[in-house]
Design a protein. Structure first.
Length: 285
């Protein structure tokens, strides 16, 4: 069944409620690489419960509606969906415990034509169930490689943030762990591509790849360390484009350019000199 434009644009993505524990916060922080130096007091702030901080990127795993695009009535060829871009805006300090509500919706569809795929834009609001406060807004672009030609509009298309044509002002290398995808999936991102060697091979990869959102978390760590000195209250917004997968155990080098109000950034894996994140935008709170 092909995509029906109005139906998918108004698809009833289920609202999700999630009980958040401090252990979930510590697990997320650990899963994106915090704590590799157990003597680093600033990183221990994200793992040690008496003074626990929440990584600014954690909303990507809060109130997630699951793999709803697998539902046959969406019309999407879910096997060919690629996560293309991810944005995050923080509105309020993130809690370490409590109940979280996730409300998701499709915000736009772009038909690139028969054989050329389509773009789906979506948004998720992360809300504190007790206060009703909006904590974070997540935006996402999915490339529907198998779904072009359904008769939808050809725009508007989100424009990527420009990368400066000069050497970066700051670079920071952060290592990923060989088993990091096995840890990160415990945040409920259970796609077997990240753990099952046979499924990874069937998808064309020599071994399971790191979750794109885990790469985002590693880059968030680099921005938080270099630009905010681990002060989470200074972190306002990030947006990026996924360019290529990371293999667990590789080193992610984040390259940063100062800009008014924040920075531009990209990231590459050192071992293969391959850009994995591009067109990054960061803004202070």
């Amino acid at each position: 069944m092909p995509i029906i434009y109005e139906k998918l644009l108004n698809y009833p993505i289920p609202e999700m409620r999630q009980h958040l524990r401090w252990q979930d916060v510590a697990m997320y922080n650990f899963s994106v690489g915090l704590g590799q130096d157990p003597m680093d007091e600033q990183q221990l702030d994200f793992l040690y419960e008496p003074r626990l901080k929440v990584m600014p990127s954690m909303p990507v795993v809060l109130g997630a509606p699951g793999f709803w695009s697998r539902n046959p009535d969406t019309g999407m060829d879910w096997v060919k969906i690629v996560h293309g871009e991810q944005g995050l805006i923080l509105h309020k300090p993130l809690p370490t415990e409590g109940e979280i509500i996730g409300r998701s919706r499709v915000t736009g569809l772009v038909d690139r034509g028969e054989g050329k795929g389509a773009l789906m834009y979506s948004e998720r609001q992360v809300i504190d169930a007790k206060t009703g406060d909006l904590l974070a807004t997540l935006t996402s672009t999915s490339f529907l490689r198998g779904d072009g030609g359904f008769g939808g509009p050809s725009g508007p298309v989100k424009q990527p943030h420009a990368e400066p044509d000069r050497a970066p002002d700051i670079t920071l290398d952060l290592a990923t762990r060989p088993e990091q995808a096995l840890i990160y999936r415990l945040n409920t991102d259970l796609n077997p591509l990240h753990i099952d060697p046979k499924i990874a091979a069937a998808a064309g990869f020599p071994r399971p790849i790191l979750h794109g959102l885990c790469t985002l978390g590693t880059v968030c760590h680099a921005l938080l360390k270099t630009l905010c000195n681990y002060d989470t209250s200074r972190f306002g917004k990030m947006d990026l484009r996924f360019s290529s997968p990371v293999y667990p155990g590789e080193t992610i080098r984040t390259e940063i350019w100062h800009e008014a109000g924040g920075a531009a950034f990209r990231a590459r894996v050192v071992e293969r000199d391959k850009v994995v994140v591009s067109n990054g935008l960061f803004r202070f709170a």
